[in-house]
Design a protein around this ligand. Structure first.
Ligand SMILES: [Fe+2]
Length: 201
């Protein structure tokens, strides 16, 4: 049976893979992205879950204003994301909350777009988004798949033994498998996409 993607999903995937192509500099991230791009050529089963309301919508409205993105590929990515957003199931993180700020529970939301629990269900690619309200620190966490972040806002990140660093709008970085990592917003919301390769190749 041929699976067809909703137009909003296909346009978003085209936009994020093209933006990542332009923004990613790390060698390992480039290899990871090429595997992700190839796998995504084949659509997978769509979830029939209905989207859920985002609890921190004011933060999304503040950070995801297409007029504020000067690079055309990032502006286009935000526009396609906003069209997809009503389909998303926004969730709170569960599990270990090491080093999270006290306001974390009410100050964040994650949505899986592709992957387990995503709109498109599959195991080889996990692609999602994290939104933090201002002044929120995400817990330290890790996972077996390698991961590339594409950052669309201000905010700081750390991984492994690194200091906090600020990739900036359109900034990217690579998390090797199992590395501990975290993020925190400043006085403005944080918005970041993450693309994980969990396939066998
Ligand atoms: Fe991660």
């Amino acid at each position: 049976m041929t699976v067809k993607r909703p137009q909003a999903m296909q346009e978003f995937l085209d936009a994020i893979t093209s933006a990542a192509d332009r923004c990613v500099t790390d060698h390992n991230a480039k290899i990871s992205l090429s595997k992700i791009r190839e796998a995504l050529q084949t659509p997978s089963k769509m979830s029939d879950e209905v989207g859920t309301q985002l609890p921190i919508r004011d933060s999304l409205e503040e950070v995801a204003n297409p007029q504020c993105f000067h690079r055309p590929e990032l502006r286009h990515l935000i526009e396609t994301f906003l069209r997809l957003e009503p389909m998303l199931t926004w969730r709170r993180r569960s599990g270990d909350m090491s080093c999270a700020s006290e306001n974390f529970a009410d100050g964040h939301a994650n949505a899986n777009i592709i992957g387990p629990g995503g709109i498109e269900r599959r195991t080889d690619v996990w692609l999602g988004v994290t939104l933090l309200a201002p002044n929120v620190r995400y817990p330290d966490h890790s996972h077996p798949p390698e991961e590339t972040y594409l950052v669309l806002s201000n905010g700081a990140f750390r991984h492994g033994d690194s200091e906090w660093f600020e990739p900036g709008i359109g900034g990217t970085f690579y998390n090797s498998p199992g590395i501990v990592h975290a993020m925190r917003s400043d006085s403005t919301p944080l918005l970041a996409f993450w693309l994980l390769w969990a396939g066998t190749k």
